[in-house]
Design a protein around this ligand. Structure first.
Ligand code: ADP
Ligand code: 5GP
Length: 213
């Protein structure tokens, strides 16, 4: 029996050329200190096809953080001006500070066929899911609450008061888990990085995504 196939133009190497395929947004969320940054940096080092979005923030740089690499550090006034101008794909307040995703850079990467990782909080994830078609949401969980507290304290980047506040926020963030597509428990970093890579690779094989132009 003859099988009808959809009339899809195929590149000589097989599949659609990446310029024709719109990149997917991969959102990575999870409580502060769970290891999102560590995980995502590990993934980017292994996967040359994925781009990491650099957010805008009103918080001060931590020791070792670089302007334009870790974040674009802005005053509250400059941040509000970007938000008003529609330059942020999403934005939210986390603790005492504001964070947002630069729209133009992300959209240009997607248009060029690159997948993009947004490491953002749950409030931002909700906004992006409502506005964008091709979004995959990944939630990173700690092996236990005690381990989360130990990692957050061990990083020594926040005052004890901010650590306490972030642990409180963490309990609320965990209630958003059901809206996510995947969960990863970051116990063994190597295992967790492999799981994140597997999610990317599986999502890239989705027929519906391959057909998106
Ligand atoms: P987040 O970006 O989620 O706030 P970080 O990536 O800064 O978290 O990680 C917080 C701390 O936990 C860092 O000191 C990091 O080295 C450590 N860490 C990350 N993943 C693991 C892991 N799987 N096991 C133990 N420590 C980890
Ligand atoms: P940190 O101050 O530890 O770098 O980040 C605090 C929280 O803000 C984390 O949950 C992080 O994922 C989130 N965050 C970082 N960038 C953005 C962003 O652009 N938008 C939103 N909504 N959250 C962000």
């Amino acid at each position: 029996m003859a099988v009808e196939t959809a009339p899809v133009s195929v590149s000589p190497a097989g599949g659609l050329p990446s310029a024709q395929r719109r990149g997917t947004l991969f959102i990575v969320s999870g409580p502060s200190g769970v290891g999102k940054g560590t995980l995502v940096r590990g993934l980017v080092a292994r996967d040359g096809d994925v781009r990491l979005s650099v957010s805008v923030t009103t918080r001060s740089p931590r020791p070792g953080e670089q302007e334009g690499v870790s974040y674009h550090f802005k005053t509250r006034e400059a941040f509000d001006a970007l938000a008003r101008a529609g330059a942020l794909l999403e934005h939210a307040q986390f603790g005492a500070h504001h964070y947002g995703t630069p729209r133009e850079w992300v959209e240009a990467q997607q248009a060029a066929g690159h997948d993009v990782i947004l490491e953002i909080d749950v409030k931002g994830a909700i906004q992006v899911r409502e506005r964008s078609e091709s979004v995959v949401l990944v939630f990173v969980l700690p092996p236990s609450f005690e381990e989360l507290a130990a990692r957050l304290q061990g990083r020594q980047s926040e005052t004890p008061e901010v650590v306490r506040q972030r642990l409180e926020i963490a309990r609320e963030e965990l209630t958003f888990l059901p809206m996510y597509d995947y969960q990863i428990v970051n116990d063994d970093l190597e295992v967790a990085t492999r799981q994140l890579q597997a999610i990317l690779e599986a999502e890239r094989c989705r027929v519906s995504r391959l057909a998106l132009t």
